[in-house]
Design a protein around this ligand. Structure first.
Ligand SMILES: Cc1cc2nc3c(=O)[nH]c(=O)nc-3n(C[C@H](O)[C@H](O)[C@H](O)COP(=O)(O)OP(=O)(O)OC[C@H]3O[C@@H](n4cnc5c(N)ncnc54)[C@H](O)[C@@H]3O)c2cc1C
Length: 438
């Protein structure tokens, strides 16, 4: 096989992580091909259907201390936004045990310390990414407020606020009649807002990703619509990306295929405990009497974001794998909670969506080279991928070019789940390729 072009990088996946990495690589003068099975910004990607929040303060993982004790009750409570498709439990169990093993104080603090460096400057990173591109039009500065029924409920959430405070974020509290001045359409039962200033959101995440992909093409990226199925190697380093119709030579690969990255990593012998945390949104068109600014309704654990095409209400955690279609109960709960939170809310139509948060069992993304193969992991961003995608992309570009961001990447080491097998991965692939060629 001929030698790969020097510094030709194939980015697998055109979600927020992939397009961000592509743009930063192109700005460094590197040749880039983006490969995705779908058009950028289309509905399959988590980057399409998220709540749009650039949640710089969102450092707390789902696995809070006490979760092991509380989760059976949460699952059985029809008003709690945690769902499980029971038939999936046997497949989920190994991941779930690892996931829940992090639901303690030490690990929660460790995870929060790991998340903060890639979220805290999200607005700045999105501004830098979109500078001079049409994608900038979708980036909107705003407050981001957490809505509580009362001060007691806010105080019951102090552990999470302690984590946010440790990351440098403190809310401004609004109570009593001032709540209605700030958000006139909230239910009178909701009496406290914890307002995070200097946050922001994306007014149409699908159009944002599509505009970023176009910006990458303007900078010289090639786009290939194809499903990546494998990689080839020479001397232990990646030499090509394999799709059904083509073999694409390259010097490096950025593996940014969201939750689907797990299956591709397995081709390298790397077994990542990665699950889909299924999430839902409903976009209500022509909304009347909804929120003015993005809100996190803690009573229903959903985010309500006023977007370009309507009010998007997003949230829910459901375990049930990648294959099953959407479930009725989570969407019914979301509708109920929207009505409870905004009693006078009305709309013309609604569009529900199901998507897949890429969830490693320790809630930290994988960012880094996989065992000196030239394949660089950039996936597993859980609930914070839109927030942290541009910074992750910048770091990934720095890893390829050797121009480092001043950031310690130890927490994101893609090899952290299997130190025992580390040295065998490229060797095994070489053997495999050699046998195929023989
Ligand atoms: C309901 C919900 C609400 C959310 N709200 C927020 C929020 O407000 N703020 C926030 O920061 N985050 C939020 N998130 C999380 C965020 O959306 C994700 O973390 C992020 O979009 C992940 O981006 P990604 O680029 O890693 O993956 P994705 O966006 O999933 O993109 C992966 C891409 O890879 C492609 N692909 C997969 N397999 C292959 C293959 N074999 N070959 C070629 N291409 C392939 C797919 O087609 C897809 O385009 C939310 C998620 C959900 C589900």
């Amino acid at each position: 096989m001929s030698k790969p072009d020097p510094q030709h990088v194939v980015v697998v996946g055109a979600g927020i992580v992939g397009v961000s990495a592509a743009i930063w690589l192109l700005r460094k003068g590197v040749d880039v091909t983006i490969v995705d099975a779908q058009a950028p910004g289309s509905e399959k990607a988590a980057s399409f259907g998220n709540a749009g929040i650039l949640a710089a303060c969102s450092v707390a993982p789902v696995t809070a201390p006490g979760m092991v004790r509380k989760s059976p009750k949460m699952l059985l409570d029809p008003n709690f936004p945690l769902f499980l498709r029971w038939s999936y439990l046997p497949r989920l169990a190994p991941w779930l045990l690892k996931y829940l093993s992090n639901a303690n104080d030490n690990d929660t603090r460790r995870i929060a310390r790991g998340i903060a460096p890639i979220t805290y400057d999200s607005m700045e990173q999105h501004r830098a990414l979109t500078k001079g591109t049409a994608a900038a039009q979708w980036l909107t500065s705003s407050d981001y407020s957490f809505v509580y029924p009362n001060r007691a409920a806010f105080e019951a959430d102090q552990y999470t606020w302690m984590l946010r405070k440790s990351a440098g974020f403190e809310p401004e509290l609004i109570e009593g009649s001032a709540v209605r001045e700030f958000e006139p359409n909230l239910s009178p039962d909701l009496k406290l807002l914890a307002v995070m200033r200097d946050h922001g959101y994306i007014r149409d995440p699908g159009s944002y990703i599509a505009a970023l992909a176009r910006a990458a093409e303007d900078l010289g990226a090639k786009f290939l619509k194809a499903d990546v199925s494998d990689f080839t190697f020479e001397d232990g380093r990646v030499s090509a990306v394999v799709t059904r119709d083509e073999t694409l030579s390259c010097s490096h690969v950025i593996l940014a295929a969201g939750v689907w990255s797990g299956a591709l990593a397995k081709k390298l012998g790397l077994s990542v405990p990665l699950e889909t945390e299924r999430g839902y949104h409903i976009e209500f068109s022509a909304p009347v009497n909804g929120p003015r600014t993005p809100l996190m309704l803690t009573t229903g654990k959903f985010v309500a974001t006023p977007m370009e095409n309507g009010l998007r209400c997003a949230g829910i955690v459901e375990f049930g794998g990648l294959q099953a279609g959407s479930s009725k109960a989570p969407l019914a709960l979301l509708r109920r909670k929207v009505k409870e939170s905004f009693p006078a809310f009305s709309f013309e139509g609604e569009k529900p969506w199901l998507g897949h948060r890429p969830a490693p069992s320790d809630s930290l993304p994988l960012i880094g080279e996989i065992n000196n193969t030239g394949i660089i992991a950039g996936f597993g961003h859980h609930h914070i991928g839109l927030t942290a995608g541009p910074k992750t992309g910048r770091i990934l570009a720095g890893i390829v070019t050797g121009q480092w961001e001043n950031i310690d990447l130890a927490a994101y080491d893609p090899m952290r789940f299997q130190t025992h097998f580390q040295n065998r991965i490229p060797a095994r692939r070489d053997n495999h390729q050699a046998k195929k060629g023989a």
